[in-house]
Design a protein. Sequence first.
Lengths: 802, 338
Amino acid sequence: MNVTYNWLKEFVDFHETPEELAALLTMLGLEVESMEKLGEGMDSIVVALVEEKRQHPNADKLSLCRVNNGTELLDIVCGAQNFKQGDIVALAQIGSVLPGDFKIKKSKIRGEESCGMLCSEKELGLAEESAGIIVLPPQCAPLGTPVFTALGLKDTLFEIGLTPNRSDCLSAIGIARDIAAKLDLKLKYPGSPVVEGAQKVESIIGVTVEDTDNCPRYAARYLSGCTIAPSPEWLVKRLNTIGVRSINNVVDITNLVMMELGQPLHAFDCDRLAGHRIIVRTAQEGEQFTTLDNQLRILTSTDLVICDAERPVALAGVMGGLNSEIENTTTSILLESAFFKPATIRKTSKKVGLHTESSHRFERGIDIDNVARALDRAAGLIVELAGGVLAHGCIDVYSDKKDRAAITFRPEKANKLIGIDLERDAIINILTRLECRVSPGSDGSVLVVPPHYRIDIEREIDLIEEIARLNGYDKIPATMPHARVVSDRATRHQEIEKQIRDLLVNNGMTEIINFSFTAPDAARKLLLTDDDPRHLAIKLVNPLVDEQSVMRTTLLPGLLETIARNINYRSLDLKLFEMRRVYLPGEAENMPQEPLCLVGAITGSRDGDEWSRPNELVDFYDAKGLIETVLDFLDIGGVSWKTEDPETYFHPGKSSRIYAGREYIGSVGELHPSVQKNFQIEKPVYCFELNIEKIVKLSRTKKTIIAPSRFPDSSRDIAMLVPEELAAVKIVECIRAEKSKEIENVQIFDVYRGNGVPDGHKSIAVRIKYRSFERTLAEDEIATLHNKIVENLINKLQVIVR
Amino acid sequence: MREQLEQLRSGALQAIAAASSVEQLQEIRISMLGRKGELTALMKGLGALSAAERPLVGQMVNAVRDEIESSLGAAIKSAQEEVIAARLQSERIDTSLPGRRPVKGSKHPVSVVIEEICSIFAGLGFAVAEGPEIEHDWYNFEALNFPPEHPARDMQDTFFVENNLLLRTHTSPVQIRTMLKQKPPVRIIAPGTVYRCDSDATHSPMFHQIEGLMVDSAVTFGDLKGILTVFTNQLFGQKTGVRLRPSYFPFTEPSAEVDIACVICGGKGCRVCKNSGWLEILGAGMVDPEVYRHVQYDAENISGFAFGMGIERIAMLKYGISDMRLLFENDVRFLRQF
């Protein structure tokens, strides 16, 4: 809602500066989103008197003037012809900057000095076109007064962002009313004297409201002998200032009154209304009607229409019809002021896609009490500006006039909820200032009837809010609550999420966040089999773009796209992870599931290419190591790594599925070359995935800590030749199978292929550390145990000990 | 014997002085004082002396041995020091070369801000609560007192999914889920992902919010102001000005927009705060009785407040980021700075 400082001042006599007023409005909940000083920086354009005017010696069309600016006489060269000696003019003095960044400098024009410029309306940005300079009325203001001040154009425009509950402030009077309530000042309504003719309105026009439910009040007045003409300057300027285009005097008046009083009005050319009748009814299904914007509208039975004796002439509350609009030749006018049911107007406006200043107000709810007042104000203005005669009386179809229900309000409840301590009288005073009717209730409560225009006030809590608002949010002391202790431990879920994030970040990984929605073919790029449940993504009904039209079932595609994008930006060494939800359809009637998942991907150099170490590239074991670190940290027991049935998006020979017991908890592997290609990545990428929901369930809450042995250890190494296919883990398992308490650690410390190792074989070296918790192990004890282990390896795995 | 001893002494001292390494000195020790050493042999010869001479000569031998030993000790020590000094000199490195750093990881700024805010509220006794992102209309709108015709319920603002579900447009449904699960006192903070049909430099179709809810027997609007003042001071600095001004939300009444003094210009007015000196950072208010009705709380005997804020907005203000899209492009050159 746009409103100016001077305009508000017509209704309330406040003394605040524009800045103070802006702060006051914002703290009333009427947020001033912007403030524009009109005529600012134009103070050096002043009212001046032309004391002398003579012909320029060197130019026929120019004159030389001596102009009095109140303090001195200046020589000015002027090209306009429309003024004479003794006229009051607008003088732009040296240093003035006119609209369009036009600077006024001392200059010589055809050999004669000019110390400024006499301005036209166009040059001052007051009109689109002007013939000649401005000639002001004599004695309009003392010489030297800034012209914008003299013209009353010094003003401040406020753009106010209204919350949807404050429809009462969709007018200058509404905003003024809140200012008056806040400052405890009197509100002055704008008035035009209503001078009526002798002829009774009922004898000329008739109004029938068939649908009183959708139109509880319909008022109309009739004017004849009007002259449609351009509006006077003050009206054009006022409308322009608040962003409304001027059309003609009558239409402008209806717009002005709407902006002023919040009541949308419509003026019909009465001669074009069949039978001089108005019938308010719902439209017939399929009924056709052309609105003012020259669009043919096909109506339905939910639309409310204003008709004459034969056909629709307006789409109620939304837009008038082409068939009855005011034209330059119009002389008789039927002026409508009505209240339409908000929901009906909202529905029609939305359906036909027409959102007008009028529908905006009707759908939020206008003041039913204000219908006649606005009608009178507009009628009075029309008589004043367009001439003509106003018929006697007013048609006002308002059958079911209802008083608003009283709200039981407890002043002490307001104090208690807000946390203030206002006197009962002070609270009642606030309500009275808000034009509520207050009467005593029972048990110390009061009965409050809010004014019609405050449709947002219906309950006690609404009144409590008004007390807080009018008294001022800034007057509420900031206190700390007296509260009972609540258990506030984070859930296991949240703790583990944070632990994993910290762990990965501390291990050099960067967290990313991608959108939860993705392209429908995202899962397909992973080469998932047709029966893979990850194809069953939840679809958005109204996506913004196709690439964001389904909820993701796996985090991997987003991560791979991120890898590709970063490689494009020449960031080649990447260690990224994302820990977010995926979205899976619920079974039958159940809600979808949103399990938290983790994916990570690494590519490029392991430690960064730096001077002190060889530039090694990451590989499968780096990815596996990261996952092992996470599983280890969370103390997940019974972890096994299986190569069978690899995920389709991984290299089948360089991946494993991770199990905890029988539970499939994740996977790790090198990206399949075809998947790599699908995501346009040219370098190998190693990924891991983990289902955090399962991890949370498996994570042990209690770690068992073992005190270290105080006895010395003894290590034995075994180097053995094994077939290439033998998984190293089998060797470790075979050693561990000896279930001896004395085996403290089994470590693979070398894997070798090449010289001395036959083709199809590899040499694996294992170090076994023996130690007892009870004593120092004797040499022969160790030898016995170790020999047994070596025998087992030879017998069970057919290794060749080197 | 005495001459022999004197010869031995001077010979040993000369040899010690001439020795150039710890090894040579050790050899001198062995040749003099070792089991087969010269001085040791002399000691063995003492037995041949008369009982009267023996103690005298014995004393002399001992004196010579002590002298040789202390001389040797000093020589060895200085030789060792020389060795260390030489080694230190030879082992000099260029310490100006860069250190060997572990690769640095980083949390996403959204995570950083969520963790920081949650930890501030944890200190105020708020537990972390969660809820689904794919929500029922009832939790997202109906129970929060959004009228059926509210524009937020339009397809223009809300993403809908199959089966009459929607992507939650705010974290407020967590309020409802929490209150349905537990009776007062309630004190929760609910961070989460939310969605709206909007995409430009300051809007993202997916973003994050944190919701707060406190319900107890006598919580006041002043308490809301107190809690939010503590919070903003901890997040943005002790002296950050805070302003509550009237606003409107369907699920709170009275409602407030909460502004902080502009962190960019300090309140003087700049481009970021549109010359107002204030930055809007969160919406808040007292829980509307209509919400209590939906969760079967007795509005007459309890009261409480709720507040919600956009994480991205706070991250942008804290780090001076002007385009929200940067947060979701996942360019590591951006992310690694956090």
